[in-house]
Structures are given as structure tokens and as C-alpha cells.
Design a protein around this ligand. Structure first.
Ligand code: FES
Length: 81
């Protein structure tokens, strides 16, 4: 099965079918996509298994999505939460 793309903040990101959004962003060299409220520290994938909530982002207008759990779908529009 051939790959497809999602869009992260206007940037096309290649995806291998079955990859999570977090894995696709990581493979594209994007390591963080939000910051902490208090100190503005960068956050992205940490636990990778849905426990820490460090990887939250918005997918197709749905906020609070864990990037490490959501399998990417063709044309997903992804933005930082
Ligand atoms: S990386 Fe921990 S919940 Fe996603």
C-alpha cells in the first residue's frame, strides 16, 4: 500500500499507512508541537503509549488528540493544540 500525506500547520507530512500522527511527525523531523503553560518548555512525544498527554494536538478541528494514539488518515489537518 502506498503512502499518503497529512498537513501539519500547512506543511505536507508523508505517512506510511498505519503510522500514528506522532510517528509521522517524528519521522519528518518534528520533535515538538506545543509548549508548557508555565515555562514554555517544548513538548511532543514522551511516553508514546497514551499515558502522559504531552503529545496533544488538534486534528481536523478536534482538540486534545493524543498524537501517539491517533492513526493518521489521508488529508488529516493537524495543528498544535
Ligand atoms: S506521548 Fe504520552 S500520551 Fe502521547
Amino acid at each position: 500500500m502506498s503512502g499518503f500525506e497529512i498537513v501539519f500547520s500547512g506543511r505536507p507530512i508523508p505517512v506510511t499507512p498505519g503510522q500514528t500522527i506522532g510517528a509521522a511527525l517524528h519521522a519528518a523531523g518534528i520533535r515538538s508541537w506545543r509548549t508548557t503553560r508555565v515555562n514554555g518548555r517544548p513538548r511532543g512525544l514522551f511516553c508514546g503509549i497514551g499515558v502522559c498527554f504531552d503529545c496533544l494536538l488538534t486534528v481536523n478541528g478536534e482538540s486534545g488528540v493524543r498524537a501517539c494514539l491517533r492513526v493518521a488518515a489521508p488529508g488529516d489537518e493537524v495543528t498544535p493544540s
